[in-house]
Design a protein around this ligand. Structure first.
Ligand SMILES: Nc1ncnc2c1ncn2[C@@H]1O[C@H](COP(=O)(O)OP(=O)(O)OP(=O)(O)O)[C@@H](O)[C@H]1O
Length: 347
């Protein structure tokens, strides 16, 4: 089911939580709502679900206006961060719950329910846990059961609010991949809320970046990363070095290959992987030296310091493959020269 939001606004007292949100989500997308704490992600999700009413605007599902429809008429499944499974029910009964409480006319037979619950348990790869109680599961298993429970009633839209937020890093990473594969299999239009840009990049086909109740940008992970619309998106998605042309950065930047003669703004954002580090021909005149480095798996992050005019050093981060770093054979304190391959310009 496609989702259309037209001019959605929401205030809590004097505080504007959402300001004129317009968004089109085609059927079958897996969309991340990404933004800092308090930017309005959960409020927007709740408005789509019908758990919260917007002050203005419409919610359309497959083109029909559901703004005034209650939750139960919207065919929406939910998974929340602390999704409370029924503690007194087994995993099997938890998943079957939504089917068993359907009106008699729509309720499947007990045999069909058995089949369906086992199919869902297989889908989330936890069939062996059918007879356990929620307290006997790990956090990651609980979230997968919560997802199976949400899917049991065959929702047309799936809404996930920080579904892996409470889990530790390695479980989170596994579940991200798992969610992407699951979505690929089911193709249900899904929106998940996250404040973690890495999670959004890894899982979503489209990312909607929210800030202060407004959409800053919508696009594929690579569009958002490679062509950020503005300063906020650029800083929020991944690491970036920020250089101010008007505050003393223009002189030394001119030697890095960045186009200073024809700047497209006064602030240049440069991703660490867009800085090439080289051994300088004239070390005495190179303004940058290697302070330290960190191993990020296959990549090395170099922490570089640039001498400041008033004695204050600025830190610049560059990244390069391990192998290349070894070949350069740099030591801490070595002077280096920089070549900037690409910058995003802002005003
Ligand atoms: N019921 C409410 N009454 C008053 N203010 C609210 C209410 N619900 C949310 N807000 C405020 O609206 C803003 C948006 O909240 P929301 O929960 O949508 O943010 P979020 O982006 O999901 O944040 P987080 O990542 O921290 O969960 C916040 O400033 C919050 O304090």
């Amino acid at each position: 089911m496609s989702i259309t939001l037209n001019n959605i606004s929401k205030r809590f007292g004097n505080f504007a939580a959402l300001k004129n949100i317009n968004l089109e989500i085609p059927e079958g997308e897996l969309v991340a709502l990404l933004g800092p704490s308090g930017c309005g992600k959960t409020t927007l999700l709740r408005i789509i679900a019908g758990l919260e009413q917007a002050d203005r605007g419409q919610v359309l599902l497959n083109g029909s206006d559901v703004t005034d429809q209650p939750v139960k008429n919207r065919q929406i499944g939910f998974v929340f961060q602390h999704y409370a499974l029924f503690r007194h029910m087994t995993v099997f009964d938890n998943i079957a719950f939504g089917l068993r409480v359907k009106p008699r006319k729509e309720r499947p037979s007990e045999t069909k329910i058995q089949e369906k619950v086992h199919a869902l348990l297989n889908l989330v790869q936890l069939d062996w846990l059918a007879d356990r109680f929620p307290d006997q599961l790990s956090g990651g298993q609980r979230q997968r059961i919560a997802l199976a429970r949400a899917l049991a009633v065959e929702p047309s839209v799936l809404l996930l609010d920080e579904p892996f937020g409470a889990l530790d890093a390695s479980v989170r990473k596994d579940l991200r991949l798992w969610l992407r594969h699951l979505h690929h299999e089911l193709n249900v239009t899904s929106i998940f809320v996250t404040h973690d840009q890495e999670e959004a990049m890894e899982v979503a086909s489209q990312i909607v970046v929210l800030n202060h109740g407004k959409i800053e940008q919508k696009g594929s992970p690579s569009e958002i990363y490679d062509s950020p619309n503005n300063d906020f998106v650029s800083r929020f998605i991944g690491h970036t070095n920020v250089f101010q042309l008007e505050q003393g950065d223009s002189a030394w930047l001119a030697g890095t290959g960045i186009s200073i003669d024809d700047p497209k703004g006064i602030i240049a954002h440069v991703r660490p992987h867009n800085i090439q580090v080289e051994k300088p021909q004239d070390p005495a005149n190179a303004p940058v030296y290697l302070k330290d480095w960190q191993h990020l798996g296959a990549i090395i992050r170099l922490e570089l310091h640039k001498d400041g005019t008033n004695g204050k050093a600025t830190t610049i981060f560059a990244e390069m493959p391990n192998e290349q770093f070894r070949e350069l054979a740099l030591q801490k304190g070595d002077r280096v020269s920089l070549h900037i391959k690409h910058a995003h310009w802002f005003n």
